[in-house]
Design a protein around this ligand. Structure first.
Ligand code: ADP
Ligand code: ASP
Ligand code: MG
Length: 439
């Protein structure tokens, strides 16, 4: 069994659904196909939800109508036989009726999740009708019947495995299943999701649950590139990455992959392939347990970081000081990304500032606090890079004109991170690209 996940751009046009049909018919291995919402849909749904939360019903209605029109045009081009076209019309009626009903009820967080789930339900239902029109046998599965998260928002992999096995065994002869990425049920049984970009995570969890031979992530680019292609010119695809390298890149901002989607692959030990729907024969990126080479492989950047400095003349050298500082972050469920220490101060960076006020208040017991917001972590990833010759010299000579707020080196063999102001991010990525890859 293999898992093939297609992202928003890959399903976003009727002719791309035709390409997907071709890609899933290339071999006879049984498959679970995981789809995202059509590109732009989750953004629109999120906007509709926001408008409703502010009580702007008229603008929410306008956005719902525009979205419906988009889908009406989509099915006109996707389906050619009247019976299937009518089926698709019915699906649109059902989902847009729901969106129109919510205009009349009071807004809640649970409703927000219900709204966001419409995208993946629509894309998979329309794709399923298209496959039926093309006489391709398959089973449509609702992810809401097997994908669950616990109170902490963590996937319940044991239960996902059991439920999915049951659903598959109820359809013994089926060779093709189609299901939704992103959506799930939470511990209260309500509709929820795995956060933006979460379809990759769904695919990887499903691959782990069914012991898949491979999890293929089909997107709009030919694999993980060595720098952010939205910012830097002439970036290149990386052929191979280890799980650790890929996880670091995803966590530190390489948007091509949801940050959590690597741990199931590492835990269940299946390879992940990043492939391009628009260029299916390009080799893409293979992610597996070990790395095939040494040295710097890629650069990624993560925005919206806050740096916190705790300066103390008295406490720092005392035993237990760092423990007390870390406990404050633990108490507020706030992960720390970078840490650097000096004799009199410690600096840390966080990306979730929901509890910043509370954290500062408690840290003030231990010293003077300075906060720098709008920071970006730029992360240089590879295998044994901290042992790679001249790597630090190359990094620092590239960045001689950039004010660097923090540096983290030696924490692991495959990551060097630096913190810069967000206004310097673009220049930093370009200068590092030149210094590390173009010379
Ligand atoms: P999908 O909708 O298929 O999930 P995403 O938009 O989430 O696709 O991810 C693919 C996009 O990620 C690419 O179009 C590219 O602009 C962006 N991206 C950012 N960093 C990288 C990188 N290092 N390598 C490849 N793509 C990247
Ligand atoms: N549709 C969801 C999003 O746009 C999930 C995904 O595409 O991975 O965030
Ligand atoms: Mg994505």
């Amino acid at each position: 069994m293999k898992v093939m996940k297609f992202g928003g751009t890959s399903v976003g046009k009727p002719e791309r659904m035709e390409i997907i049909k071709g890609l899933i018919s290339r071999d006879t291995e049984p498959k679970i196909v995981v789809l995202s919402a059509l590109s732009g849909t989750t953004n629109s749904l999120s906007e509709i939800s926001k408008q409703l939360s502010k009580g702007n019903r008229a603008s929410a209605k306008q956005s719902i109508d525009a979205l419906e029109q988009h889908y009406q045009n989509f099915i006109l081009q996707l389906l050619h036989e009247e019976t299937y076209y009518q089926k698709a019309k019915k699906v649109l009626e059902e989902h847009f009726e729901f969106l129109n009903i919510i205009l009349k009820i009071s807004f809640s967080e649970a409703l927000n999740k219900d709204i966001l789930a419409q995208g993946e339900l629509l894309s998979t239902k329309l794709f399923s009708i298209y496959l039926s029109e093309q006489s391709i046998p398959h089973i449509w599965l609702s992810a809401l019947d097997f994908m669950t998260i616990d109170q902490e928002g963590e996937p319940q992999i044991g239960s996902i495995k059991v439920k999915l096995a049951q659903l598959i065994s109820q359809n013994k002869d089926a060779k093709l299943f189609v299901t939704q990425g992103y959506i799930c049920r939470n511990s209260k049984g309500e509709v929820d999701n795995l956060k933006r970009g979460g379809s990759d995570y769904s695919a990887s969890l499903i691959a782990g649950a069914v012991s898949a031979t491979v999890c293929e992530i089909w997107t709009d680019i030919d694999g993980m590139h060595n720098n952010d292609p939205r910012i830097v010119d002439n970036t290149k695809p990386i052929r191979q990455l280890s799980f650790s390298e890929a996880a670091e890149l995803a966590y530190f901002g390489a948007k091509i992959l949801h940050p959590a989607s690597i741990w199931p692959a590492q835990y269940f030990n299946f390879p992940v392939r990043l492939l391009n729907t628009m260029e299916p024969d390009a080799p893409g990126t293979l992610i597996e347990s070990t790395s095939d080479s040494e040295g710097v492989k890629a650069i990624a950047a993560k925005d919206d970081i806050t740096a916190i400095k705790i300066k103390s003349t008295r406490m720092l050298l005392a035993y237990g000081f760092l423990r007390k500082v870390f406990e404050v972050f633990e108490k507020y469920h706030t992960p720390i990304d970078m840490v650097t220490t000096s004799e009199v101060a410690v600096s840390l960076s966080i990306d979730n500032d929901s509890y910043l006020k509370e954290i500062i208040k408690e840290l003030e017991l231990y010293g003077n606090i300075t906060i720098d917001t709008d920071q970006t972590i730029v992360c240089i990833v590879g295998n044994k890079i901290s042992k790679t010759e001249k790597v630090l010299a190359k990094i620092f000579s590239s960045l001689s004109d950039i004010p660097v707020r923090m540096v983290s080196f030696g924490g692991s063999l495959h990551n060097i991170s630096i913190l810069v102001h967000k206004n310097d991010k673009e220049r930093t990525l370009k200068l590092l690209n030149k210094g590390l890859f173009e010379q």
